[in-house]
Design a protein around this ligand. Sequence first.
Ligand SMILES: [Zn+2]
Length: 468
Amino acid sequence: MIRLYDTMAREKREFVPADPKRITMYVCGPTVYGRAHIGNARPAVVFDTLARLIRHQFGQGSLVYARNVTDVDDKIIAAAEAEGVEPSVITERFEDAYLEDMGALGVAPPDIAPHATQEIAPMVAMIKQLIDSGHAYAAEGHVLFSVPSDPDYGVLSRRDREQMIARARVEVAPYKRDPADFVLWKPSDDGVIGWESPWGRGRPGWHIECSAMIRAHLDETIDIHGGGLDLIFPHHENEIAQSRCAHGGAPLARYWVHNGFVDMGAEKMSKSLGNVVTAHELLAKGHRGETLRLALLSAHYRSPLPWTEGLIEQSKAILDKWYGLLRDLRPIKSAGSTSDIFATVEDELLDDLNTPGAIAALSSEIERLRQFRNEFVHNRPTFIGEQATAMQRDQFVNSARLMGLLESSPEAWFQSGGDDGAIEAKIAERANAKKNRDFATADRIREELKVEGILLEDGPSGTTWRRL
Ligand SMILES: [Zn+2]
């Protein structure tokens, strides 16, 4: 049984889908006008991992996962004007880049990727419905959602009215009846992207996009709605209000799942703060997508994740260790038996996607496998012993794959020269320890490299190494 922390209930709840044969999940996707930074990559990786877990628990065909593409937005329009091109030139370029970068992080494309510009009709239909039912009004080419018309507004974020209108107070638009009202439709000037509507030529607000696409592609009420913590208010609050008011009170989602921020120093990584590092930059520097994925999963998804060079190095070191041992244990066809490690990792993930717990379990399992292997290195393996270890190896790989890790082969992982650099660094560390007469550390490093299949040879001109 999967347990998920539901932001609406403020507690962990057992995940019981309405229809286990067609589980519906919607995650707010990218606004495509620039490269995704590592903070944007976090929800993509988190919800990809949740999707894997749901499919593992309920069956491969059990989940319909939708993630939208916001391809009409003021920032896109500004970027297009700055380059003197159509908005579609910008959005196609950066959607391709997004899919490429997320693909490198092992994120599978969602089942459905609705684009805002392709879904104007359902949005206009929902806006009409909201006007007809007294929840929205047209004014000066705009259509606004009337927040006072919805007594339950604020149910997700639990903010009081003062907090909700704090930002709106700064510049209350004259056409708003209430400072908390938000835009469903806005006019487009000549030369700006727009569509004909009953309220004149214009374009949709951001919030209505998700409500309309959820109904068009999934349902009035879906199982899981996900996104980053920063979307709770106002975006998700507004989605809830629009959908519930358009659907006679039916809730938009049964479970609300939100991931925490990626922090740079003491601040949240965000484009507006200018402290971003993009997935593309990191990949271009030679970091593996899998290293970045492990780094993103190293903290619990609801906790803040401080992003540092050290975290990337540490994640690579873990994968070097994992792949290093796998390289030395031969795979065999497992008879489908489930070892303890698989059950342990599964249990951690079932408990609100506890990826740090699952990673820790895998790391202690690798220590155990390493000991197995040491025994083989020192005392010639028996066939049965070798087979048992290889079985453990399969279970180890399958456990890691629940999180989208270890999908590569050890050969592919160690193909680049990065591994050699790590070995040289260890040798330098050992030489330093010897110089300081810290022979315990020097011996430990030699031993660690040995179990990874690296033999050190001390000679008159220094230390050389070779693979066992
Ligand atoms: Zn959304």
